[in-house]
Structure formats: structure tokens, C-alpha cells
Design a protein around this ligand. Sequence first.
Ligand code: URA
Length: 208
Amino acid sequence: MTTIYESSHPLVAHKLTRLRDKTTKPKKFRELIREISALLAYEATTDLETAPMSVETPMGEAAGVELKQPIGLVPILRSGLGMVEGIWGLMPTAEVWHIGLYRDEQTLQPVQYYNKLPLEPTVSVCLVLDPMLATGGSAVATVDILKEWGVQRIKFVGILAAPEGVKAMQEAHPDVPLHLAVIDEKLNEIGYIVPGLGDAGDRQFGTG
Ligand code: URA
């Protein structure tokens, strides 16, 4: 059974509204993607394991903790790229592994074009990053790749989702929790989320 977290945080809702606005320019759009991603990642990492450690303060010793498991951030190229910076700032020791998938415009199926994962997994928790969970094809394929690689825990962090994408992930990977800002109404006939925000890649990179 998939755990679905749809953020109810006012900061996320406020920034999401500005993100959707078609008059928002690429610079601001990237800033909003970065900020929303960090807020979602904060919520998505509440159950990370920690190990005890202590540090010396100017006043003496203080008991503390450090993150126990190596974390991987896995942006799905290209629109997942904009989500990395904000999350990486929160966990700078994370490794970033890129997966390149494009959506065949005819079949709407994902086609892999970039994957440089080493043979053995180097991380035990992965956050898969894609702002748009549309048909779910790319997210499902990426989680397939990470499971094949041997990653023990995988979470999906996205900004907007369509019910169709949520269903695809629920069916293919019910063990992967979905951390989302919002689930929108539907997909249109060419696979775009409605009302959505348009093409997240084009709007970040000023293309299209
Ligand atoms: N990818 C996008 O960038 N936008 C959508 O609405 C769906 C997929």
C-alpha cells in the first residue's frame, strides 16, 4: 500500500501558486522549484536513521547525532535537475546520480538515454526527484533501475502529480512513498497535467 504525502504546508501552497502562474519567468521558476523541493524533502526525511555522536562546544561536550545511511539524490533528467540544489543544501554529503529518460511523444513511454550507476550500490536510501508525476512512466522506470541496482529504500519526491501517475506508482512500486506538493485533476490527451504548470523542463531552462 503506497503512502502518499500531499503537502498541506502554507509555504508550499503559496510557492506552488506562483510556480503555476504562466507569467512566472525561468529565473523565478527555478528559485521556486528549489525552495519547494527543500520543503518537501524536509517532510520526506523525517524518518532517516541517525547514529549518536558527540561534539565539543565552547562550553563542553554535547551529545548529538549524525545521519547514519548514505543518501542518494536521483534527479530524472532533465526537469528533476532543478530539484537537486535545494535538497543537496540540506544534506551536502548526499551523492547525486542522474538518470536520463525522455518520453516518447507517440507512445508516452519512457526511453532511457543516460545511466552511469556503478555495478554495486553506493547508497542505501534514494530520493527520486521529478517535479511532474504525469503518466508515472519515468518514475516507475527509475525505481525499477534503482531496485535492480540494489537500493534498499526509495522515496519519490515530486511537486505536481496526476492521479494516473499516482496509480501507476501504486501498482508498480507500492513500497515507495510519494511526497508531493499536490495531486492535480487529470492528464490531458498529450500527457500534460491539468491544470499543472505546463512543461517543467522548458519553464526551468527557458526552452520551448
Ligand atoms: N511533464 C511536464 O513537464 N509537464 C506535464 O504536465 C507533464 C509532464
